[in-house]
Design a protein around this ligand. Structure first.
Ligand code: NAG
Ligand code: NAG
Length: 406
């Protein structure tokens, strides 16, 4: 799966090239990372390459703290509130982006999106968040919902883009990012037009007061249930739901140019679940304080459907799952993360064939979010690395034959 990144050592180019993207933004292409074939046809040495780190290291050395025009003095007090920021990225001619390795921090909190998909959140600005996310072949957009809780406000970010030929370039937070003083609906989507937005205001380079040094984690966080939402149907009233079996579904579609190869799933339900991936029964469990872990080979799929037959015996009812999906081409150390949330579909009942990939759930309502992992009555959930038995709980469908099983 990494074959495109492992080029034979035929031509080793050691210089750094600076190229100009379709939007006229400076991008440095670092060729030290992997030997490449390089025809320096499109290279233009830019007068100011200060925004382009020479090495492909993921650090903040070339990044600026940025915010809106509400800061009168760099690093000074800004109004309390939430602001929207965007950075469009068009790949240089002849380059196909594969993935973005992102380090970002916001004084005081952030939600990060790539091409409309949420990639993660952060709430402690002294420690950077680290994300890795697959990119689309041409245009990509990075969007940040940034909140200031008081005092100084700022965003600091570095995004390392890896291309199919193994070369990289770096995007840093600077005045080419744009902001809006409210958070418009759908502003994180690729299709959103930010032409009327204002260029961000620079507050100074990394290291500047009052922020100083920011620690950078060495890898993206491991898949976990912390802060993941318990979901159920709309039937939950005062923490209780009627007894019976309910159906849940979530469809994940990889970005253009990628297929899904592997899914790691951590799952539990109060009281029982049976899990299906693309119609195949993967396993079941009936001990809600202990979540089970599954690793499923997807042989690669252009669409992944997770379906759950969940049974409530009485009282509280909930489904909790965290899923990490590995994509082809991507060499991210972590996959795309899918959590149980209001983006799942739920059904009061278990219609025939609901577990199959081709089932049409378009008329199903979305799931109801009950609250984050750790909430009462469940408290903290233990994650077991073992999977449950590959059998259906009583009443659940058997599932399709696993065509790839030997
Ligand atoms: C932020 O993280 C640092 C380093 O891990 C820690 O010392 C500090 O207590 C954290 N701050 C908050 C508000 O959680
Ligand atoms: C199907 O079987 C293969 C081979 O045993 C396994 O790797 C894969 O995870 C299974 N797929 C599902 C959906 O259970």
């Amino acid at each position: 799966m990494f074959s495109k990144l492992l080029y034979p050592l035929l031509v080793l180019v050691t210089a750094d090239f600076a190229v100009s993207s379709a939007q006229g933004e400076a991008t440095s292409v670092d060729s030290n990372k992997a030997p490449i074939f390089y025809k320096p046809v499109h290279t233009v040495r830019l007068a100011d390459d200060s925004i382009s780190p020479r090495a492909a290291a993921l650090d903040f050395s070339a990044s600026q703290w940025i915010w809106t025009n509400e800061v009168s003095v760099p690093g000074g007090t800004a109004p309390v509130g939430t602001r929207a920021f965007r950075k469009d990225f068009t790949a240089p001619l002849g380059k196909t982006p594969v993935q973005a390795d992102i380090i970002i921090t916001v004084d005081n909190g952030l939600t990060m999106f790539v091409n409309g998909a949420e990639v993660g959140t952060g709430g402690n600005f002294t420690v950077a968040e680290r994300f890795c996310f697959p990119l689309q072949p041409c245009l990509n957009v990075f969007a940040v919902t940034a909140t200031n809780a008081g005092g100084p406000a700022g965003i600091l970010a570095t995004i390392l883009i890896t291309y199919t030929d193994g070369t990289t370039s770096t995007i840093v937070s600077d005045t080419t990012w744009r902001y809006f003083l409210t958070v418009p609906d759908g502003y994180e989507q690729l299709s959103y037009d930010d032409n009327s937005w204002t260029p961000a205001v620079a507050e100074g380079p990394y290291g500047v007061a009052p922020w100083g040094q920011i620690s950078i984690p060495s890898s993206a966080p491991a898949l976990a249930l912390s802060d993941v939402s318990w979901i159920w149907t709309s039937e939950v009233v005062n923490g209780a739901a009627p007894a019976g079996a309910r159906a849940f579904r979530k469809t994940y579609t990889p970005p253009t140019g990628h297929t899904a190869t592997l899914a790691k799933i951590i799952i539990t339900a109060d009281n029982e679940y049976t899990l299906y991936v693309n119609g195949v029964l993967v396993g079941s469990g009936s001990t809600w304080p202990v979540a089970q872990t599954y690793t499923v080979d997807l042989s690669p799929a252009s669409n992944v459907v997770f379906a759950v037959y969940a049974v409530n015996a009485a009282g509280p009812a909930g489904l909790l799952a965290a899923i990490e999906i590995t994509l082809s081409e991507c060499s991210c150390s972590s996959g795309v993360i899918v959590y149980t949330d209001a983006g799942w579909k739920s059904y009061i009942g278990t219609p025939y064939g609901f577990q199959l990939a081709g089932y049409d759930d378009s008329s199903w309502p979305t799931a109801t979010v009950e609250g984050p992992e750790g909430m009462p009555p469940w408290g903290s959930i233990t994650v077991s690395s073992s999977s449950g038995p590959v059998t259906a709980v009583s009443g659940a469908p058997a599932g399709q034959k696993n065509e790839t099983a030997v």
